[in-house]
Write a protein that binds this ligand. Structure first.
Ligand SMILES: Cc1cc2nc3c(=O)[nH]c(=O)nc-3n(C[C@H](O)[C@H](O)[C@H](O)COP(=O)(O)OP(=O)(O)OC[C@H]3O[C@@H](n4cnc5c(N)ncnc54)[C@H](O)[C@@H]3O)c2cc1C
Length: 404
């Protein structure tokens, strides 16, 4: 009998666990260790901002996981002992034969003085509202607060700010700005607001190439949303309502920020982080720790997927931290572990292929496909069809169904 343990029941982790459960005979155990019992479908947070979804629509309790024959360990991981094959949690120790690390990345607003505190988990805060006018886009609190502020404000300058360093879902600043445009347009007061995106990226979504970035900037210009590339946020002076960038100071009435991120503490504690950003280096295709230059034993049974990883791209930079990538990687790792448990060779590889639908408010989305491992080629921009939004709706429906 083999025991497969997955750390994290978010986008990548839970899919890995469900896929493993389906692929392995019942004599084998699949367990998930997760600190938060309530999970949410993050991409739909922007639809909560628009009023198309409520927090309840997009959140689910993990209780349902148990009905699928998966052992749920509600605990916080503090360390991993790869020699003794033990996941050490606050309350218990969980032994494993194979381990999938999918703890994502923790939000770190404290890295920028003046940003509001974020809850440990984006969906943790129920329905409380942040009063603002500085809002964390990656939390229900922040989204509900921002929605309230948009309802009551009559005019003003809105800044959407991406942090320096890696952050989750690189297209999200553009999507947010364009959704703000739609919300204000529908309320009949768009003309009295300016909407600007400030980002350290020269063009939006640099990992996908310049053609994608130019298409996004052109679409934003059609809605009078300005894009300021190569701006690096240093702090927020909340008394004066000024965002302080290395490049200059910008006054705001409403500031929406995407939080900086950091690797979860236990990853560092276990000695699994490396490089300047401290995220986990894995084999880019098998997502195992085994080919990494790491002298300890046991790495061949440990895999890492999703936001916790740093996978360099051949043309520079790293593969973006996105749910789409975490999902695809989870299928690769689950398939390979199932093969290993059956004594077969692991044959699945993460190819780097990805598709992304970037919402553009009331304009058709920018849908892109490409390969993050391609040496030179930019992602391709597909025809601008509204129908691509249904892809997102289907992914959401599937996410919710998996947690029913
Ligand atoms: C507002 C928003 C919009 C987004 N939109 C999109 C989009 O449109 N498309 C897209 O592809 N991506 C999007 N993303 C990004 C996407 O959600 C993440 O990249 C994805 O969730 C990463 O998956 P993951 O499995 O690596 O980590 P997560 O989904 O973050 O899951 C990690 C889990 O591990 C748990 N965990 C962490 N540490 C511990 C510990 N020590 N002990 C126990 N449990 C632990 C956490 O509680 C969490 O549940 C968006 C993100 C946000 C916040």
């Amino acid at each position: 009998m083999a025991v497969v343990v997955v750390v994290g029941a978010g986008t990548g982790g839970l899919t890995a666990a469900i896929t493993l459960r389906k692929g392995l005979a019942r004599e084998h155990e699949v367990a998930v260790v997760e600190r938060e019992m309530v999970q949410g479908f993050y991409p739909s947070l922007l639809w909560v901002l628009e009023g198309r979804r409520t927090p309840k629509d997009i959140t689910r309790s993990l209780d349902a996981v148990r009905r699928r024959g998966i052992t749920l360990v509600h605990d916080t991981v503090q360390d991993v002992d790869m020699v003794r094959r033990l996941v050490k949690c606050e309350r218990e120790q969980v032994p494993y034969d194979f381990l999938v690390l999918a703890p994502g990345a923790d939000h770190a607003p404290e890295r920028v003085p003046g940003l509001v505190d974020a809850p440990a988990h984006p969906m943790a805060s129920g329905s409380a509202r942040t009063p603002g006018p500085v809002f964390n886009l990656f939390s229900i609190e922040g989204i509900l607060g921002l929605r309230g502020a948009l309802e009551t404000a009559e005019r003003g300058d809105i800044l959407v700010v991406a942090p320096a360093g890696p952050y989750k879902c690189p297209p999200v600043p553009v999507e947010t700005a364009m959704i703000l445009d739609r919300v204000l347009r529908r309320a009949g007061k768009r003309k009295r607001f300016s909407i600007s995106v400030f980002s350290p990226e020269t063009l939006p979504f640099e990992a996908a190439g310049t053609a994608v970035g130019r298409t996004a900037v052109q679409a934003m210009a059609r809605r009078e949303v300005s894009y300021h590339g190569d701006w690096h946020l240093e702090s927020v002076d909340r008394d004066r309502r000024v965002a302080v960038f290395t490049e200059g100071r910008v006054a705001y009435d409403i500031l929406v920020f995407i939080p900086p991120i950091r690797v979860p503490d236990f990853v560092k504690q276990a000695g699994l982080s490396s490089g300047k950003d401290e995220f986990v280096r894995v084999d880019p295709h098998y997502l195992s720790l085994s080919t990494v230059d790491n002298p300890r034993g046991g790495e061949d049974r440990v895999f890492a997927i999703g936001d916790v990883t740093n996978i360099p791209m051949p043309r520079g930079g790293s593969i973006p931290k996105s749910g789409a990538v975490a999902h695809l990687q989870s299928l690769v790792v689950a398939g390979n572990i199932a093969a290993l448990v059956r004594g077969k060779a692991p044959r699945r590889r993460f190819s780097g292929l990805a598709m992304c639908v970037v919402e553009m408010g009331d304009l058709p989305p920018v849908t892109i496909v490409g390969n993050f491992f391609s040496q030179s080629r930019d992602f391709r921009v597909l025809p601008r069809l509204r129908a691509f939004i249904t892809v997102k709706q289907l992914v959401e429906r599937n996410w919710l169904r998996e947690r029913q």
